[in-house]
Design a protein around this ligand. Sequence first.
Ligand code: ZN
Length: 155
Amino acid sequence: MEDCCVSNNNSITIDTEINCPRCGSKGKDIKIITIKSLLLPEALATLDASENYRMCSNQKCDVIYFNDKGGIFQAQDLKVPVFLKNDDQNCPVCYCFGWTREKLKADLEKTGSGTAENEISGHIKAGRCVCEVNNPEGSCCLNNVKKYLASLLEI
Ligand SMILES: [Zn+2]
């Protein structure tokens, strides 16, 4: 019987993980389809599609995506502002259904408890969300929506 803990392919382990070349923060794995979808033409033309890309998770760092060879993409290379790195009120929190910080705040003020979370959940259940190609994080936005709403209620 094979040992289930030994893998014979070259899977990435924690030890070989590359950190952001600018700030040294740990990166979050991002699928290449997400990056291809969100890069502006000039930036896309420089993409090394054979590389693994990660997103720098440091809010204050200018680097959005980086690869193992030190290649980076910054905010100006993307079609959309990146929620994690952008404080603007017009920055989307939910990219698929257009909930910006401003819109979430206005909805919360108008309704008291907010309708966004329910609405987005409904869209997710109906299979309508495409976070993989809309959200620079490449993952579901609902956590960011919840966190943002919670931060508004704390004030
Ligand atoms: Zn960084």
